[in-house]
Design a binder for this molecule. Structure first.
Ligand SMILES: NC(=O)c1ccc[n+]([C@@H]2O[C@H](COP(=O)([O-])OP(=O)(O)OC[C@H]3O[C@@H](n4cnc5c(N)ncnc54)[C@H](OP(=O)(O)O)[C@@H]3O)[C@@H](O)[C@H]2O)c1
Length: 215
């Protein structure tokens, strides 16, 4: 199957490599497509560079928006007409970093990025918050773990999106575990209780049920 990846920076490039290793065909785009071209050359025939963000969605069943939160809405608006019927995977953490390296959450405490992103999408798009639950390095090093796969948590309100993102998570070399609806995305982001965890499915399920989860 084919997945579009818009944003081929620190995280998008690792997601692309993992999905391609698992047999997914990819259509890549980035701000000026230079990083997309470099990445496609490394991946080989499984990845093609699209003419732009909208073109990336041509023939793709899903799109991963591996973008900083500050540019996410602009790109969603740009590709809105092409998202109907597709799985939209958002790994973005709602953070910005200033010149001194200070990290700041862009949304008020308690406001879930999943809810905010859901409000930006039109009705026909199926959202799953996923693939941003650990740092890019950890994501790469814990994929295809043996004998027990590591878990990648996801959040969605949509049953079909859940099935589709589970396929992508397995393709990338992880075991999918749903944390809940998109309002639970703050548990998955930097600072959340489930962020940067490398655990197996049994531990993942007990952590989800923990009484302090999501607080
Ligand atoms: N890096 C991590 O370890 C990590 C872990 C978990 C979650 N995340 C989340 O993942 C998201 C991406 O992080 P990152 O570290 O990959 O950021 P990044 O390295 O800055 O990459 C951002 C990518 O977005 C592309 N881009 C910017 N504007 C665009 C536009 N208008 N259209 C298409 N592409 C555009 C850039 O294109 P160019 O390459 O052409 O400049 C770049 O490829 C963030 O929200 C972050 O919170 C990151």
């Amino acid at each position: 199957m084919t997945t579009a990846i818009i944003g081929t920076g620190g995280l998008g490039s690792i997601i692309a490599r993992q999905l391609a290793s698992g047999g997914e065909a990819l259509r890549l785009s980035s701000a000026n497509n230079e990083s997309a071209r470099t990445l496609a050359a490394k991946i080989g025939s499984a990845a093609v560079v699209a003419a732009g963000n909208r073109d990336a969605l041509q023939g793709a069943e899903a799109v991963v928006l591996a973008l900083r939160f500050t540019v996410l809405k602009g790109v969603i608006d740009e590709i809105a007409g092409s998202l109907t019927g597709k799985l939209v995977v958002v790994p973005s953490n709602p953070l910005s970093t200033d010149a001194q390296g200070n990290v700041r959450r862009l949304l008020p405490k308690g406001q879930s990025s999943g809810k905010v992103v859901a409000g930006w999408l039109s009705a026909g798009a199926r959202l799953a918050m996923a693939f941003g639950t650990m740092s890019a390095d950890l994501f790469e090093s814990s994929s295809n773990r043996s004998p027990e796969s590591a878990v990648l948590f996801y959040a969605t309100d949509d049953g079909r999106a859940g099935e589709e993102v589970e396929r992508l998570i397995r393709t990338a070399g992880f075991e999918p575990v749903k944390v809940g609806g998109v309002e639970q995305s703050d548990r998955l982001e930097v600072g959340g209780d489930l962020h940067d965890l490398v655990v197996g499915p049994a531990e993942a399920r007990s952590l989800i049920a923990a009484p302090n989860g999501g607080s």
